[in-house]
Design a protein around this ligand. Structure first.
Ligand SMILES: Cc1ncc(COP(=O)(O)O)c(C=O)c1O
Length: 390
């Protein structure tokens, strides 16, 4: 029977990692993989997490099952960071999920059970968004996320929403758009929120990089502005980047509504979907985040580490933007974009030439990981860009 299986194309990014690892050239640059890197190319465990893990080992006296909703102490400890200190706690409930990916899957599946049939989303987007929407059997409706000038295309979102109605959800990146780094500005969010009012379109907000753009509060501006305007929304959250927990798979799914019955049904449905998918989320990383957030000193240490990461990426962005124009590429927009990623308008041949002639590895879409650049390799990178675009 298995011979009936169709071929599944290999993940291009995983192939890229293999090629990079096999490349013997000393100055090779990896801009492909989507993880934060320090100026020396490391992706270290946060010190605050290390301390919390040590404490966890000392105090944890059972690894018995917690249930499909996972560690509710973790889920609730995040609420003031995500929704704001003064948020009406009776409007929100959540559950733990295996990473932001698991949270997006829960949001999409719960939306489907609530009657959503189409998901409206700006493109390009994180490739897994389209895959999850397709896996859930929902229709994807796309609009252009960014303008040619490297800013967010508010008119395209407006036009997409004008067509939307009951049975539709709109998927928005809260901050640090993957893959473009192009975020809606606060002024644009102020326009987006009223557009969502009275439209029967369910907002799904994916917040996977809070703290890596403009700061923990600033990065939640869009989400909070939308939630102040609309009666209900679903939120997918990841702690995998802002706590550096990638492989520990730490995320949360939240439903927001003023209808207490609908809120408990959203959670009951989420729990049922989780039970049939992964049964229960992995505990360790979420427990470590809970310990960080429950301890003022560890929280301070975590926020300082996050500030350092953000500061380093800002420096790299400033240096790229200072190059102004590299061949046909306008570099200034990289300075106002946010987070780990930006996209360069390079052809397949140019991306191939960067790899073959300069040992620079990036995704086929032209997405670069800003944190892959350092004070040592940034000038060679800019020169290589100049060479392949000449
Ligand atoms: C926009 C977006 N959402 C969600 C995720 C999921 O993150 P994870 O499952 O690693 O927590 C990612 C990861 O790359 C992402 O870029």
């Amino acid at each position: 029977m298995l011979e009936a299986l169709g071929a599944q194309p290999a993940d291009a990014l995983l192939g890229l990692i293999k090629l990079y690892n096999a490349d013997p050239r000393p100055g090779k640059i990896d801009l492909g993989v989507g993880v934060y890197r320090t100026a020396t190319g490391a992706t270290p465990v946060f010190k605050a997490i290390k301390a919390a893990e040590a404490r966890l080992i000392a105090v944890q006296d059972s690894k018995s099952y917690l249930g499909p909703e996972g560690d509710m102490g973790f889920v609730r400890a995040l609420i003031p960071y995500v929704f704001g200190a003064g948020f009406d706690a009776s409007r929100v409930e959540g559950m733990q999920a295996p990473g932001g990916t698991g949270a997006v899957r829960l949001a999409i599946e719960v939306a489907k059970r609530a009657g959503v049939r189409r998901v409206i989303m700006g493109t390009p987007s994180w490739p897994n968004h389209a895959q999850i929407i397709a896996a859930a059997g929902l229709e994807l409706v796309t609009f252009r996320h960014g303008t040619a000038e490297g800013t967010a295309d508010l008119d395209a979102l407006k036009a997409a929403l004008a067509e939307a109605g009951p049975g539709d959800a709109v998927l928005l990146h809260g901050c640090c758009h993957n893959p473009s780094g192009v975020d809606y500005t606060p002024a644009q969010w102020d326009e987006i929120a009223p557009m969502l009012v009275g439209r029967a379109v369910l907002p799904l907000i994916d917040l996977a990089y809070q703290g890596l753009g403009a700061g923990m509060e600033a990065d939640a501006y869009g989400l909070r502005t939308v939630l102040a305007a609309v009666p209900e929304a679903l939120v997918a959250y990841s702690c995998d980047k802002n706590f550096g927990l990638y492989r520990d798979r730490v995320g949360a799914f939240y439903a927001v509504t003023g209808d207490a019955d609908a809120l408990s049904r959203a959670m009951a449905n989420g729990a049922a979907i989780a039970r049939a998918s992964w049964s229960m989320p992995p505990d360790h990383g979420a427990a470590a985040v809970r310990l960080v957030l429950d301890d003022a000193e560890l929280t301070k240490e975590w926020l300082a580490e996050l500030d350092d990461m953000r500061g380093r990426m800002r420096e790299v962005r400033d240096r790229l933007a200072a190059a102004q124009q590299v061949g046909p590429i306008a570099m200034a927009p990289l300075g106002i974009q946010n987070g780990l990623f930006s996209m360069l308008p390079l052809s397949g041949e140019q991306i191939q030439a960067l790899r073959a002639d300069h040992a620079i590895y990036m995704a086929g879409s032209g997405r670069i990981n800003i944190a892959g650049l350092t004070s040592t390799n940034i000038e060679p990178f800019i020169e290589a860009l100049r060479a392949v675009t000449a």
